[in-house]
Design a protein around this ligand. Structure first.
Ligand code: PGA
Length: 243
């Protein structure tokens, strides 16, 4: 059976309400599959409900309720119809000092409350220059997935996102993507005996390079930032990946 590939639109902190209204209307009208996951800024989640896509948030806390001013609870997100949470994104790691330990706590809390985690891993430019990609990805996987039981892996999707490829219009070669995707799948299978982990690619995916990227059989979908802000570009990507 062919696996259903995912397209995850990470809208980051973009759009004021007037700007996102037409995006929401188009998404509700034109996206007909839950293979597409829209991750708007969480304040807009209620407006995105009742579409045929799945809904995700861009971060969730490492606890579910209580005295955490400004935090987003995975339990509350799930109660609103959210299905996915993006965790460990390099922007959170770099700008908010999230380390693997924090990401690990968030992963466990999110799965406890039925969310599917899109766990981002990937090396920086300097780590790549030192040929440390596999070492870095392995460390992130081991630390961020620590303590997970076998069944919890049904709720995990890994997104390989090299930090240097995010928003840069540069992507790794097809060979590099195949290599690291297989590396991640083998690492999860040998460490946790889980054979069906889905691995997405993210970093400068756009409507122009999607055909080539989508031809990589090992990759189970894409995490799309910049290109997902333009609904027409997102549609082109969806059409290539999901039909
Ligand atoms: P990008 O962002 O598509 O703009 O490179 C991807 C991401 O940060 O998830």
């Amino acid at each position: 059976m062919e696996k259903r590939k995912l397209v995850v639109a990470n809208l980051k902190m973009n759009f004021v309400y007037d700007e996102i209204k037409s995006y929401i209307l188009q998404a509700k009208k034109e996206i007909t599959t839950s293979q597409v996951v829209i991750c708007p800024t969480s304040i807009y989640i209620p407006y995105f409900l009742q579409g045929n896509y799945a809904l995700g948030v861009q971060n969730t806390a490492d606890d579910s309720e209580g005295v955490y001013t400004g935090e987003l609870s995975p339990k509350q997100a799930y109660s609103m119809g959210v299905k996915y949470t993006i965790l460990g994104h390099s922007e959170r790691r770099i700008k908010f000092n999230e380390d693997d330990l924090m990401v690990n706590k968030k992963v466990i809390e999110a799965i406890k409350h039925n969310l599917t985690v899109i766990l981002c891993v990937g090396e920086t430019q300097s780590e790549r220059a030192l040929r440390k990609t596999e070492q870095v990805v392995k460390r992130q996987l081991i630390n961020c997935l620590r303590g997970l039981e076998y069944d919890m892996f049904h709720n995990i999707v890994i997104a390989y996102e090299p930090v240097w490829a995010i928003g840069s219009n540069i992507t790794p070669t097809v060979e590099d993507i195949i290599g690291i995707t297989n590396y991640i799948k083998n690492a999860v299978s040998s460490s946790y005996q889980y054979e069906n982990i889905r691995v997405l690619y993210g970093g400068s995916v756009n409507e122009k390079n999607i055909r080539e990227l989508n031809s990589i059989n090992e990759v189970d979908g894409f995490l799309v930032g910049t290109a997902s802000l333009d609904f027409q570009k997102l549609t082109k990507i969806i059409n290539v990946v999901t039909y």
